[in-house]
Design a protein around this ligand. Structure first.
Ligand code: ADP
Length: 432
């Protein structure tokens, strides 16, 4: 926003005040002349009174001159000053009003909290220090145009704020206006974080795809070259290539599932589904893996249906991930228990809980909060060796979010891990 330099009230207030003074002098002169004409006042006294009134009408000019030459707008009309302070105080974002030298006139609580070094009547340049901000402020003052800069805060956490400096005319006591600078801070941290997450996600996904792809093209080269006539090597390499291709397909599958669940996360599934046959179907499907890993799977499910509002396909995916993880990472424990129970959440809401427990090496406590992050693995090598993508628990969390449920993870290292998927129970009328 550029300020209109031609505005008479902002940049050329003199003619206005001259008019006011002239009107006062004219009225006083007339009144005194009438009193002298009617003999109520001596000419000398009338002249003395006129001089006093004239001085009173003209002194504010001088005062204004002194005030503005000191760049000091503390002498603004008290009513307007209060209004300006109230507007700054009421702004939702951190806001600071500066005079044309950069001295703080008003600042709201949010600004004081954001930059405690900012103090009233002190120069903002000393408090904010960043060369980018100082340049922006200098330019805004010089050009009377809006300038933007970035304000970075690192304590207690990293924050990115977009700082906007807007020149604003603030009215003064003697008419006219002073050029002030309104500095507002807009928090860009959530946007930045999303942007960083997106960039990380793309980098991770490309890396995960590139690794098996590199292996595939390496084996193709070998098969076309040195191993062309080696039937034994060809057989072995084709097996590895098959595994790598499966890994890529699985990764793409998980990525697509994740984005599908995320897209529909705001729509809670409303179909009523019985969890018991779903869990049984998953356990049956994973029997070959359990046999291969020599793990006994104990299934403890009720004989009666346990109904929740859910999406069958997503629930199959969810239990498959949890039970498969228990079989892969907890195999050394030799046993996995899958059970279903009714419980009450911390807030007192009735829940259906499906627990998958293994007796393997467990997970160290520092990893627990990060397990549901995309591509997070406790041991990358182990996960890759097991054909993992690092997306399984992230998918589990998103599916549970969509079902308005939650994931509880408990683990004691060396004693195994327990993953609990908790779903809100459907209310009896819905169930019937
Ligand atoms: P992945 O595709 O690697 O299995 P997940 O998101 O399913 O990805 O799991 C993330 C990580 O959590 C795994 O790489 C593994 O390190 C750890 N993890 C998951 N389940 C278990 C478990 N039952 N026991 C020990 N570690 C586990």
């Amino acid at each position: 926003m550029a300020i209109d330099e031609s505005s008479p009230s902002f940049f050329s207030p003199w003619p206005d005040r001259l008019r006011h003074s002239a009107i006062i002098l004219l009225a006083a002169g007339l009144a005194l002349a009438v009193l002298v004409v009617f003999g109520d006042l001596a000419v000398v006294r009338a002249a003395a009174a006129f001089i006093c009134i004239g001085a009173a009408a003209l002194v504010p000019w001088r005062l204004h001159d002194v005030v503005t030459s000191r760049d000091d707008v503390r002498a603004v009309n008290p009513v307007e000053a209060a209004a300006v302070a109230a507007v700054v105080a009421g702004m939702p974002d951190p806001a600071v009003l500066l005079d044309r030298a950069g001295r703080v006139l008003h600042l709201n609580a949010a600004a004081a909290q954001l930059a405690p070094a900012l103090r009233k009547n002190e120069l903002a340049q000393f408090a904010l220090r960043s060369p980018e901000i100082i340049t922006a402020l200098r330019e805004a003052i010089a050009t009377a145009e809006v300038r933007r800069a970035t304000y970075l805060d690192h304590v207690p956490v990293d924050r990115w704020m977009e700082l906007t400096i807007t020149p604003v005319p603030v009215p003064t006591l003697f008419g006219g206006a002073d050029k002030c600078m309104l500095m507002t801070f807009h928090d860009q941290t959530p946007l930045r974080r999303v942007e960083e997450m997106r960039a990380d996600f793309v980098a991770n996904a490309s890396h995960e795809l590139r690794t098996p792809l590199a292996a595939l093209s390496g084996f193709i080269d070998t098969l076309q070259g040195p191993a062309r006539d080696d039937a034994k090597a060809r057989e072995r390499f084709l097996g590895i290539m098959h595994n790598q291709a499966t890994r890529m397909a699985r990764l793409i599958d998980d990525l697509l599932s994740l984005s599908r669940v995320e897209l529909s996360s705001h729509v809670r599934p409303d179909a009523l589904v019985d969890l018991v046959p779903i869990i049984r179907q998953v356990a049956d499907g994973l029997e070959p893996l359990a046999g291969e890993r020599q793990v006994a799977v104990e299934i403890d499910l009720p004989d009666t249906p346990v109904t929740i509002a859910g999406d069958r396909e997503e629930l199959l995916r969810l239990f498959e991930n949890l039970i498969e993880n228990a079989l892969k990472y907890g195999a050394s424990g030799g046993k996995v228990i899958v059970s279903l129970s009714q419980a009450v959440s911390g807030e007192g809401a009735p829940e259906v809980r499906v627990m998958v427990r293994d007796f393997g090496p467990g997970i160290a406590p520092e990893h627990l909060p990060r397990l549901t992050e995309r591509f997070y693995r406790v041991d990358v090598g182990d996960s890759r060796a097991q054909g993992g993508t690092g997306l399984g628990l992230s998918l589990v969390k998103h599916i549970l979010n969509r079902h308005r449920g939650r994931l509880l993870i408990e683990s004691v290292p060396k004693q195994g891990a327990t993953f609990i998927a908790a779903f809100p129970q459907v209310k009896p009328p819905e169930a019937s």
